[in-house]
Design a binder for this molecule. Sequence first.
Ligand code: AVJ
Ligand code: FE
Length: 424
Amino acid sequence: MSSSTDQVLLLNTLLDNYLKVRALTNELCEPLQPEDFVVQPVVDVSPPKWHLAHTTWFFENFVLKPNMVDYKVFDKDYHFLFNSYYETEGERWIRSERGALSRPWVNEIMAYRSYVDEHMKHFLSAEEEVDDEVIEVLKIGLHHEQQHQELLVYDLKHILGINPLFPVYKSFQAEKHQPNLAENFLEVEEGVYTVGYQGNDFHFDNEKGVHKVFLHRYRIQDRLITNGEFMEFIEAGGYQDFNHWLMEGFEWVKRENIRAPFYWLKQGGAWKHYTLAGLEDINPDEPVSHVSFYEADAFAKWKGKRLPTEFEWEVACKLHEPEIPKSANFVDDRNFRPMPRQGKNTQFYGDVWEWTNSAYLAYPFYEKPEGALGEYNGKFMINTMVLRGGSYATSRNHIRPTYRNFFHPHLRWQFTGIRLAENF
Ligand code: AVJ
Ligand code: FE
């Protein structure tokens, strides 16, 4: 009796979360017009239309199809079009050609979203019991859509930002606050620390596998590196001096003719950058964004410091800022940009993801989930680096101190920045 009322409450909460997450995806697309939904400027970027459909396919394919009695798929061809990378789920349309498809139309994909939403509402309000395993998959679906909301913002910034018209996604009214750019380093004592996810709430497989690590004492910066600080690196000839660079990074700099973070350009002798509010003068107080791992690492070396490991980051975050502060800048705040550090905000959360010096690898005791979802995180544990802390496109209820994001070291269309560490 009481367990069934608990279940009704749980399903109500889940439905409420589901509707909120789905609504944010739609809201993020409000400033777009049909043409914006189709473009794929590079292979890493997916057309917004594809994100809208793929996240919907995830609920249809993993929640409704196997569990809802008499569920009929919206369109049998969508499985092939909107399966991203799950070998378990069979053949799929090639990633690099996602932008070549004018059909299905945006309005058909919006109808697909509504269709799946209606069925999810019924599924979660039916009298029948929903198993715990299905609830787990549904939660993955919600966090999955939040990850895609973030990718959607990176992607639409790329789509708009390579356009010479530099279109505005959302204008921004700068609030004048005095930034606090004092340079401070937090000290952490040598010791054996426990890392990895320990609670009972949602978490991904890649952060489970609680284990111990030994850390020598270290210092870690209490804020992010700013545009102004990064500009000094540029002006000091940092991109030209091989001494700061990993060989792979320096080859990349030469091959791609890299001279500044992505979206930066020089106009009349001054650096500007494309932001989601259009082309702007660079605010030196804002955290630097759109740097690759190579640039983050070279900058750290130029400063005579280094990037923290993912464990140094996690331990410092848990010690100094275990709770997410109100001042952290997430997508919930709708700033659509990193914000200058204010007061004592350590910026461990929000603003920009922070490159760590840790390769993305399985933790000891890592367990690959069964079935298609075993492909979710584990198979990417090669040649990528871990990033921590979330960005201004992350949802507040999505991030944790143990959360591990990962990207290839040369990528920089994501919202990625720098925090330094040092030995002492
Ligand atoms: C965690 C952001 C690297 O981009 O593939 C989306 C997120 N996983 N769908 C990615 C993800 C499955 C993932 N990243
Ligand atoms: Fe996905």
